[in-house]
Design a protein around this ligand. Structure first.
Ligand code: UD1
Length: 391
């Protein structure tokens, strides 16, 4: 889908010509919209802004996530500078939200005329801004950080976002060899693909020591051992049957170990509207629902959890690096390296399967993990180096 002309522009396009003639810094518009984006743009902004002679990096927040606990707290915890531009789009159906981001971002791209739009991850903001950039006249080149991940499941909105974004991208930064293979199989030219590691893990490594001093356990009145749960995928929470199967499993597991559940707003809405009865226990056992947590508090809890249950993508990666057993409540993962080298195991939404896997973990010592190449805290620096070479 990426035309020859656009492919060639990676090495000989507007940006490089500009640097040769007037040596101006590359103008980058970095896009963040939803919670999992914030830990990815933080190290990128730091790496680009450390080299003001080479880069002029501006941050655009689409406003896809807008609650204090879904957005602002991450800016504070991760010391992300305030966005230069805020689109304030808010929630909506996929089409409505994507369309609002596109309309607003088109105006920004037209007035800013960046050399590159840099998008991360797989949320609707990622897709919307890539499409806008690619259709500007002349096109603005797109760089996708965390490219090439594929679950093979196109009913997942994020999978559609990944496929389209990668097809439109001129630079694709990957975290793992499986992503490189996926892109090769889709015909993406090898020269556009750079395996750089994982920017989310850059953030984890940078902030782990600070997270250690969080007082979240005292504030919530919990102590190890405990399990940690997150749940927000439409396939789990918008489907009342799947949600009830998972809740039944939680009910059983929480008899053996207390489970802390910071609840995503989407999930809370569904629990309330479907009238699902959550087994909220008293005292030291049971399932404990709390508001969404900030980055440092959540990382503190992840590191100390005996077991993590999740349907998030990023948490599979974080748990693997922390060496904490992770059960992923999905049938597939776009991050297979967390299964082959990390602590992750896919259990879907089948009650018996989830309970059996959790009990096995609770009986066994913590699993051995193998290091994941390049998940070393230096991915953003490698990305900046690739851009620096373009000039
Ligand atoms: C989005 C991403 C998903 C990511 C997740 C992390 C897409 C398609 N999905 O899903 O990949 O894993 O973020 O959280 O982009 N809401 C609030 N406050 C907020 C944000 C959302 O109350 O700050 C509520 C709204 O009712 C909204 C719902 O949550 O309708 C869902 O938000 P939305 O951004 O559409 O998708 P997420 O489920 O958060």
């Amino acid at each position: 889908m990426v035309s020859r002309a656009r492919s060639r522009s990676v090495s000989s396009g507007r940006g490089s010509a500009r640097r040769r003639t007037d040596a101006k810094p590359l103008r980058l518009l970095i896009v963040a919209g939803a919670r999992p984006n914030f830990m990815k743009v933080a190290p990128l902004l730091r790496a680009f802004r450390a080299r003001p002679d080479r880069f002029e990096a501006r941050l655009v927040h689409t406003g896809q996530h807008y609650d204090e606990q879904m957005s602002d707290v991450f800016f504070q915890d991760l010391e992300i500078p305030l966005p230069d531009i805020h689109l304030g789009v808010g929630s909506g159906s996929h089409a409505a939200q994507t369309a609002r981001i596109m309309e607003a971002f088109e105006r920004v791209a037209a007035s800013e005329r960046p050399d590159w739009v840099v998008v991360v991850g797989d949320v609707n903001s990622t897709l919307a801004c890539s499409v806008v950039a690619a259709k500007m006249s002349p096109p603005v080149r797109v760089a996708h950080v965390e490219a090439g991940l594929r679950s093979g499941d196109r009913t997942m909105p994020e999978e559609v976002n990944r496929i389209v974004t990668d097809a439109l991208s001129d630079l694709l930064f990957t975290t793992s060899p499986d992503a490189d293979r996926n892109l090769a199989a889709e015909g993406v030219a090898k020269r556009k693909v750079h395996r750089v590691g994982n920017v989310m893990i850059d953030t984890l490594r940078r902030f782990l020591a600070r997270a250690d001093s969080s007082d979240v356990m005292a504030r919530l009145g919990i102590a190890p051992p405990f399990g940690l749960l997150t749940l927000h995928r439409p396939s789990n929470v918008d489907d009342s049957q799947a949600l009830r199967r998972i809740v039944a499993a939680l009910e059983a597991i929480s008899r053996d170990i207390p489970i802390l559940f910071p609840v995503h707003p989407r999930t809370l809405k569904m629990i309330e509207s479907l009238g699902v009865d959550m087994p909220v226990g008293a005292g030291a056992s049971g399932l404990r629902l709390v508001d969404p947590l900030g980055y440092l508090d959540f990382l503190h809890l992840q590191k100390r959890a005996r077991l993590i249950l999740t349907d998030s993508g990023g948490i599979q990666e974080e748990a693997s690096i922390l060496g904490v057993p992770c059960l992923t409540l999905r049938e597939n993962t776009e991050r297979p390296i967390t299964v082959t080298r990390g602590t992750n195991r896919l259990v879907g939404s089948d009650t018996a399967k989830i309970v059996a896997a959790a009990r096995r973990i609770l009986r066994a010592p913590a699993p051995r993990t193998r290091p994941i190449p390049l998940w070393d805290g230096k991915a953003a620096a490698r990305i900046a180096a690739v851009f620096a070479r373009l000039g």
